[in-house]
Design a binder for this molecule. Structure first.
Ligand SMILES: [Zn+2]
Length: 229
């Protein structure tokens, strides 16, 4: 698949997930193909306190939202929506799925992007619950009668063409991000609350992208499991 989607709803658990998993791809789609990207960030990451004692959770949540907005601007993302579920407490329930389904019907994105919840031994409950909820929400968004309130409001069903899953063990698609590593790293540098103290962090990101890129004979890549509908 070489065509970039014209619009994307990207649903991630925490500030920085999007940049880590698919920052190069998002930057490429926006700058080369004018893709309209909306990011739905389900928590504010307030428990990601790598410098213990320094911040109260409420303060860190605000810091990380600010970092997310800066990183989104670097990538060219137009809109970021924070759902502000508790970090570590993203639910897997009807109300959460309905919020995502509502946004899918509203924005009518050609592609939806999320964490791959079918990865074995995926310990982080937020990543798992976001992935499963997004998959279920696509089902709610595309059928009449599954969302009676939206039907009553005349927000018609919509089915995206593709679901891109990040962090998959069984990827079937690699995006060539050779020209977009610099912007990905620039976006990640916005997260000084998270990455400043990690030695060799950028080198590890590049090394991983180099390994992924090899699958399509590109210098650098990001991998996805793509489900087409
Ligand atoms: Zn995360």
């Amino acid at each position: 698949m070489n065509e970039a989607p014209s619009s994307v709803l990207a649903v991630v658990a925490h500030p920085d997930d999007l940049e880590l998993h698919c920052g190069g791809t998002i930057a490429k789609w926006i700058s080369k193909h004018n893709t309209q990207v909306t990011a739905l960030v389900c928590t504010s990451g307030e428990k990601g306190n790598r410098r213990r004692r320094e911040w109260h959770q409420f303060e860190l949540g605000m810091i990380r939202e600010r970092e997310q907005m800066q990183a989104a601007a670097v990538l060219g993302i137009e809109k970021v929506i924070f759902l502000r579920y508790p970090d570590g407490g993203v639910p897997y329930d009807r109300a959460f799925k309905a919020q995502i389904a509502h946004l899918i019907r509203h924005y009518r994105p050609e592609a939806v992007l999320a964490h791959d919840p079918w990865r074995h031994y995926l310990i982080h409950p937020d990543h798992r619950n976001v992935g499963h909820s997004v998959a279920d929400a696509i089902g709610l968004a595309r059928e009449y009668d599954f969302m009676p309130v939206l039907d009553a409001l005349e927000i018609p069903p919509f089915q995206p063409s593709k679901l891109f899953l990040c962090g998959s063990e069984t990827p079937n698609h690699v995006e060539d991000i050779s020209d977009f590593m610099e912007v990905k790293l620039r976006a990640l540098r916005c997260y000084s609350s998270q990455f400043e103290l990690r030695k060799g962090f950028e080198a590890r990101i590049e090394k991983h992208a180099r390994e992924v890129g090899r699958r399509i004979e590109a210098d650098l890549g990001e991998a996805f499991r793509v489900i087409s509908f």
